[in-house]
Design a protein around this ligand. Structure first.
Ligand code: NAD
Length: 366
């Protein structure tokens, strides 16, 4: 019986609400597919601060380190807003977690079902069949981590700030390898996004991606696009991309643009894969919804659980190699939603269901 050993870090506000539902779905598929679940819950974010005085307590890190993957909810909210920026739950929990486990590859599906095109700010005729693309963002390099990173007062009294964009070839190669795997699982199409007309790091990026794909995946149709054009093309015709891969800051911006054209944050999941392997020899990863803790709707039982449930599917696919079970969960979410079960964020004024009823519909579809 395959063992699914993972850490559950539900976090704050709607985090625990949608996590409960995701675990319910997982228990259901585990029973159907003969999987053994072994999971440990631990505090993170505001819950970590309240219960242990730290957003990422040592005990939580230990639970994560002993697991094969982390299923993450979301952290933060008004309760902790007055803390200094460095102690804010998101910054003090999520960033150190990424760093600790070298989670360098962020995989974000941009998915909008045809039946939900009204949720997108794009005109329906631009996305007659919805949206189905994947963004792969490098997560531990580039401008956000490069040194020097400082603000100094110059001899003439002026003040100067500097951030450094830096990439090694090996960092570009490993994210390219992730992108190749994702592209192979779909349409064998990969677009690499850079700014090679201006930036040295992008020149290296383009050269490295080109050479790596030629050597390891010559069957892929590889294209390159400048990031400013990519931002426009995403809004003009998103489905011209299938899988696109890009560096950290470009990916930060483009993945948010992708989220907005896909309608509700409540439907979008993400995976952050680590450099290290888990006990099964597969990537250790952190799986979470794209949205935050939604304090405005927390405690009302109306949050959309789909993003958290789809994160479970990603976890089973990437960290446990259970493609069939992952695809079954994805199909069940699609069936439940397109069959008319909608939480408020995707109901467009029509009657909506609550968090639990939405999950019940997904379980029924399974
Ligand atoms: P948010 O994503 O929490 O909410 C933005 C909007 O989307 C809200 O109207 C919310 O109701 C809606 N929404 C989000 N998820 C939803 C769901 N599952 N179902 C239905 N509607 C949903 O963003 P925000 O309001 O800017 O941030 C709130 C808190 O979350 C902040 O403290 C922020 O720092 C934190 N945050 C955490 C993460 C994370 O843990 N990864 C990510 C983003 C924001």
């Amino acid at each position: 019986m395959p063992k699914i050993k993972f850490a559950v870090l539900a976090g704050d506000y709607i985090g625990p609400e949608v996590m409960t539902e995701a675990l319910r779905v997982l228990q259901h598929v585990a029973q159907q597919d003969g999987l053994t679940l072994e999971y440990t819950a631990a505090d993170v974010g505001g819950a970590g601060i309240d219960n242990h005085g730290q957003a990422l307590p040592e005990s939580t890190l230990k639970v994560c380190a002993a697991a094969d993957a982390i299923l993450f909810g979301s952290v933060g909210g008004p309760k902790w807003e007055k803390l200094p920026p460095k102690e804010q739950p998101e910054r003090a929990a999520l960033l150190p977690l990424r760093k600790h486990f070298t989670l360098f590859a962020n995989i974000r599906p941009g998915l909008l079902y045809r039946e939900l095109t009204d949720a997108s700010p794009l005109k329906n005729e631009r996305i007659p069949n919805g949206i189905d693309i994947v963004c792969i963002r490098e997560l531990t390099g580039g401008l956000y981590f490069g040194k020097p990173k400082e603000t100094i007062t110059l001899p003439d009294g002026d003040v100067q700030a500097v951030d450094t964009m830096v990439y090694r070839r090996s960092e570009i190669e490993r994210i390219t390898a992730t992108a190749i795997t994702a592209a192979r699982a779909r349409k064998n199409k990969l677009c690499s996004v850079d700014k090679a007309n201006v930036l040295e790091t992008s020149v290296l990026w383009r050269k490295t991606v080109t050479e790596y794909v030629a050597k390891h995946a010559p069957e892929l149709a590889l294209t390159h696009m400048y990031v400013d054009n990519a931002a426009m093309q995403l809004a003009r015709d998103p489905n011209q991309f299938d899988v696109f891969v890009t560096e950290n800051m470009f990916g930060d911006i483009l993945s948010d643009e992708m989220a907005v054209i896909c309608g509700s944050l409540g439907m979008l999941s993400s995976a952050s894969l680590g450099a290290g392997k888990n006990s099964l020899g597969l990537p250790f990863g952190l799986y979470e919804p794209a949205g935050g803790t939604a304090p405005d709707i927390a405690g009302k039982g109306i949050a959309n659980p789909c993003a958290q449930i789809l994160s479970v599917a990603l976890m089973l696919r990437y960290s446990f190699g259970l493609e069939k079970t992952a695809a079954r969960i994805e199909a069940a979410v699609k069936k439940a939603v397109t069959g008319g079960n909608r939480t408020g964020d995707i109901a467009f004024g029509k009657p909506s269901v609550g968090t639990k009823a939405m999950t019940d519909a997904i379980i029924a579809a399974l």
